[in-house]
Design a protein around this ligand. Structure first.
Ligand code: ATP
Length: 244
């Protein structure tokens, strides 16, 4: 579904140009749940931006769903991005719009052939009773559910997640991982997750790349048995971490 081959991206640093991605090749299968982990500055976001064609490589190819995405015209680019849903660390909701308006915004901006029904999507993320609320009235976890609903409503082939749980506490993180897993079960899209949270990768992904200074240092298959999420309460976690 997603193939990067020999991708190089250089930026101008303080001491001259450096490679944010240094000859990266990675192939992500259709319907795979794929992680990208690495320390700050290792190139995770740059790699994600290659997939939605927000960055162009200095060298190498990026092919998504059989399409070379490096040399698209503006019109082809708009068409291409309709295959992709995105969720963000800071949710990127419009605060002066209701939940319902935020979720349906993509449909107002573009025509989607296989868009889902808004009530179905809101029910899926567990926010049917919040559709007339504003983001300011929601918790972080609820805001991310809105972000997920807004991505799902277009029925994307690929869901790109950029630090989706980094603004959330542990329990809410587990809930959001659960929503993403169910979304994958029901809609079957390919999911790519950038995160520095190892537990998110462990509980969500089939495979992960480990980046260091623009290089792939490992690709790890995650055991399916790791996908079980702890049911411990907040207090039980406190005890586990602080008292044992
Ligand atoms: N537009 C840009 N211009 C110059 N340098 C950039 C640009 N974008 C990213 N970089 C640099 O490229 C390197 C990789 O950045 P990137 O954002 O991909 O890392 P990351 O792994 O996502 O980091 P983080 O976890 O902190 O978000 C960093 O050294 C960053 O400073």
């Amino acid at each position: 579904m997603i193939a990067l081959d020999g991708v190089v991206k250089q930026y101008q640093g303080q001491n001259g140009p450096f490679s944010a991605l240094d000859n990266i090749s990675v192939h992500i299968k259709e319907s795979e749940k794929f992680g990208i982990i690495g320390e700050s500055g290792s190139g995770k976001s740059t790699l994600l931006r290659m997939i939605n064609a927000l960055e162009t490589p200095d060298n190498g190819t990026v092919t998504v769903d059989g399409e070379d995405v490096v040399n698209l015209s503006p019109k082809q680019l708009r068409q291409y991005r309709k295959k992709i849903g995105m969720i963000f660390q800071q949710f990127n909701l419009l605060n002066n719009k209701t939940v319902l308006e935020n979720v349906t915004l993509p449909l107002k901006l573009h025509k989607f052939e296989s868009a889902l029904d808004v009530d179905e999507v809101l029910s899926f993320v567990g926010l049917s009773d919040k559709k007339n609320s504003y983001p300011g009235q929601l918790s972080g976890g609820q805001k991310q559910r809105v972000g997920i609903a807004r991505a799902l409503i277009t029925n994307p082939k690929i869901l790109l997640c950029d630090e989706p749980t980094s603004a959330l506490d542990e329990k809410t993180t587990d809930e959001i991982v659960g929503v993403l897993r169910r979304a994958h079960e029901v809609y079957g899209m390919t999911i790519v997750v950038v995160t520095h949270e190892l537990n998110v990768i462990k509980h969500l992904c089939d495979r992960t790349l480990v980046l260091e200074a623009g290089n792939i240092i490992d690709t790890i298959d995650i055991k399916p048995s790791s996908h079980v999420i702890s049911e411990a309460s907040y207090y039980e976690r406190v005890v586990e971490v602080l008292k044992k």
